[in-house]
Design a protein around this ligand. Structure first.
Ligand SMILES: NC(=O)c1ccc[n+]([C@@H]2O[C@H](COP(=O)([O-])OP(=O)(O)OC[C@H]3O[C@@H](n4cnc5c(N)ncnc54)[C@H](O)[C@@H]3O)[C@@H](O)[C@H]2O)c1
Length: 255
C-alpha cells in the first residue's frame, strides 16, 4: 500500500478504458476509493475497484462541457464528500495529416484534451487547496518529444497540458497540492487500436513493433507499465515533486 493512500478519494476521468482503467484498479489496490468520470459506461472499472475492496462509482461525464463537469463535481461531493486525487486521463488522439485538420477537428481535440483537463482542475483543485492536501496527475504524451506525423492538434493539446501542469503547480504548491504529468509512449489500449496505424504502416501490430524498436526497452508498452508512476505521484512519498513531466515510455524519449 502506498504511503498516504488509505481511504483517499480519487476522481479519474476517462477511467472506463485503457490507461485510466488501469489507474483506477491500481489506486483502489492502494486503498483509494474511486469515482470514474467517462462518457462511456465505466461499470467494468467499478467492478475492478470493488474487487480490490474499495468503493467505486461511475459518473457519466463529458469533460469538454463545463455543465457536465459541474454536475460531476456535485455528484462526487454527494457520494464521496470530497476529491483528494484528480487524474485527468480522458483524451482523444485522432490521426490526421495537418492539411486535413479542420477547425472543428482542432477544437474537438483541444476541447477534450486541454479544456477538459482545465475544467476538472477548476472543479476539484479549490477543495484540495482548502484542505491542504491534494494530488493532480495529467496525461502528456511521448509524441511531444519524438518525430511523429499526423498529430498536430494532439501534440498541441499535450503541450498545453504540460504548460498548465507547470503553472498550476506553482499556484498550488504552497497549499500542499502537487500537479504533475505522465508522458506514456505508444500503449496498447482500446483507443490506440481504434485510431489505426499511421501512414505507411500496415497494421497496429506493425506500428507497435516499429515503436518498440525505437525504445531502449524493445517491447510494446501496456497500461500496467504506467500504474506504478501514478501510484507514486499521488502518494505521500512524492510530496516534494511537482510541476514535472515523467516519461514512462521504455526509454524512447530521454529529456
Ligand atoms: N494509448 C497511448 O498510446 C497513449 C500514449 C500517450 C498518451 N496517452 C494518453 O493517455 C490517456 C488515455 O488514453 P488511452 O490510450 O487509455 O485511451 P482510450 O481511448 O483507451 O481511453 C480513453 C477514455 O477517455 C474517454 N473519453 C474520451 N473523450 C471523453 C470526454 N469528452 N469526456 C469523458 N471521457 C472521455 C473514453 O470514453 C475512454 O474511456 C489520453 O489522455 C491519451 O492521450 C495515450
Amino acid at each position: 500500500m502506498a504511503k498516504g493512500h488509505q481511504d483517499k478519494i480519487a476522481v479519474i476521468t476517462g477511467g472506463a478504458n485503457g490507461i485510466g482503467q488501469a489507474f483506477a484498479q491500481r489506486l483502489a489496490q492502494d486503498g483509494v476509493h474511486i469515482a470514474v468520470a467517462d462518457r462511456q459506461s465505466a461499470d467494468e472499472t467499478v467492478k475492478l475497484v470493488e474487487a480490490a475492496g474499495r468503493e467505486g462509482a461511475a459518473f457519466d461525464c463529458d469533460v469538454s462541457s463545463p455543465e457536465s463537469i459541474a454536475q460531476l463535481a456535485a455528484n462526487v461531493q454527494q457520494r464521496f464528500g470530497r476529491c483528494d486525487i484528480l487524474v485527468n486521463c480522458a483524451g482523444v488522439f485522432p490521426l490526421q495529416p495537418f492539411e486535413q485538420i479542420t477547425y472543428a477537428d482542432w477544437r474537438r481535440v483541444l476541447s477534450i484534451n486541454l479544456d477538459g483537463t482545465f475544467l476538472a482542475c477548476s472543479a476539484f483543485a479549490p477543495g484540495m487547496k482548502q484542505r491542504g492536501w491534494g494530488r493532480i496527475v495529467n496525461m502528456a504524451s511521448s509524441t511531444l518529444g519524438s518525430v511523429v506525423t499526423g498529430f498536430t492538434h494532439y501534440v498541441a493539446s499535450k503541450a498545453g497540458i504540460v504548460g498548465l501542469t507547470r503553472a498550476l503547480a506553482t499556484e498550488l504548491g504552497p497549499y500542499g497540492v502537487t500537479v504533475n504529468s505522465i508522458a506514456p509512449g505508444l500503449t496498447r489500449t482500446p483507443g490506440a487500436f481504434a485510431r489505426g496505424p499511421r501512414a505507411g504502416v500496415a497494421t497496429m501490430e506493425e506500428e507497435f513493433e516499429r515503436t518498440a524498436q525505437m525504445q531502449a526497452i524493445n517491447r510494446s508498452e501496456v497500461p500496467a507499465d504506467l500504474v506504478g508512476t501514478v501510484s507514486f505521484l499521488t502518494s505521500d512519498d512524492a510530496t516534494f515533486i511537482t510541476g514535472q513531466m515523467i516519461n514512462v515510455d521504455g526509454g524512447r524519449n530521454r529529456t
